[in-house]
Design a protein around this ligand. Structure first.
Ligand code: PEP
Ligand code: MN
Length: 338
């Protein structure tokens, strides 16, 4: 349940309502918009006499929240959120470009990719140090050593950084070296890990599970936020369907659906969604047109030799061209790029 206050309701009336609700043993979550304040109720609502709420001065209406997720719910927080990440932020008015290799392979590679994506206009550097590979015989990542290269690349270029975590050990290590932690598709419902990143003190990019519904995804976000970390960004990276022409099927409709249901920013990853380099640009354009707050693009110094995801990785030149192509689309959607 949320209590919507009348536009311009004075602080006094807001505090009266909060005090009444809290006296009944419930917690409140207050969201102050430019005009309207919304008070979200968390806890056992049977303790509350709703009829009494209606008579408080300043209360406009009571809106039931039937979804399992509350803190991620737009009803609780109608204004879109802006999430700080290192020296940048993700949210309205910006088009965030996260770019980098699938995996951190060595120091030279990381530095070269960081310089190239920075020069082309990216603002967050990606790179996997802990790789959740489908086969146990595939490259598993450099671990903490890889995170050190990420930090070095960030110090030289000024780029904020993101890297995936797959275990408690990886979380402990990542918080020391990168600005944002990624929960990959394969761990979207690893509730233990979600709670860990909910307590880690860094923003989190939560990728959609391979076969997860939007409702399950938002409930996964709720796990993180309910542990005290409000800085969650969602990433649509394609879902499993019967189609085999692409690695996954980009659920582009998830973007407007999410915009209607949550205040959390949304990033689209056309690289993992398609698995094919030539499909990255058209879907990146579609993502911007649908209201995405940013893109995640895999870029490699030598895709043919990449230790993972070479076929979907762009060369430096292809990435530079892509950014140039995307600029007018971002402008049309009133989103600034770096
Ligand atoms: C990745 O971003 O490196 C990755 C493994 O992506 P996903 O979890 O979406 O498969
Ligand atoms: Mn990858």
């Amino acid at each position: 349940m949320v209590i919507v206050m009348k536009p311009g309701a004075p602080e006094e009336s807001i505090n009266e309502v909060i005090a009444y609700v809290e006296a009944a043993g419930l917690d409140t979550h207050v969201s102050k918009g430019t005009e309207t304040t919304i008070i979200g109720l968390i806890g056992d609502k049977s303790k509350l006499k709703y009829e009494n709420l209606q008579i408080f001065d300043g209360v406009d209406k009571l809106v039931p929240v039937t979804e399992g997720y509350k803190l991620a719910n737009k009803k609780f927080h109608p204004e879109p959120s802006t999430i700080p990440v290192g020296n940048t932020s993700i949210g309205p008015g910006h088009l965030t470009i996260m770019a980098g290799p699938c995996a951190v392979e060595n120091e030279e590679q990381m530095m070269a990719v960081a310089r190239a994506v920075k020069a082309a206009g990216a603002n967050i550097l990606r790179g996997g140090a802990y790789k959740p590979r489908t086969s146990p015989y595939s490259f598993q990542g450099l671990g903490e050593e890889g995170l050190k290269y990420m930090k070095e690349a960030s110090e030289e270029t000024g780029l904020a950084t993101i890297s995936e975590v797959i275990s408690l050990e990886a979380v402990e290590s990542a918080v020391k070296y990168v600005d944002m932690l990624q929960i990959g598709a394969r761990n979207m419902q690893n509730f233990y890990l979600l709670k860990e990143v909910g307590r880690c003190g860094k923003p989190v990019l939560l990728k959609r599970g391979l076969a997860s519904t939007i409702d399950e995804w938002l409930n996964a976000a709720e796990y993180i936020i309910s542990e005290g970390n409000p800085d969650v960004v969602l990433c649509e990276r394609g879902i499993r369907t019967y189609e085999t022409a692409t690695r996954n099927t980009l659920d582009i409709s998830a973007v407007p659906v999410l915009k209607e249901r949550t205040h959390l920013p949304v990033i689209v990853d056309p690289s993992h969604a398609t698995g094919v380099r030539s499909y990255v640009a058209p879907l990146a354009k579609a993502a911007i047109a649908c209201g995405a707050d940013g893109l995640m693009i895999e870029v490699h110094n030598n895709p043919a030799k990449a230790l993972s995801d070479g076929p979907q990785s762009l060369t430096f030149k292809q990435f530079e061209d892509l950014i140039a192509v995307l600029r007018p689309y971002a402008e049309l959607e009133k989103r600034e790029m770096h």
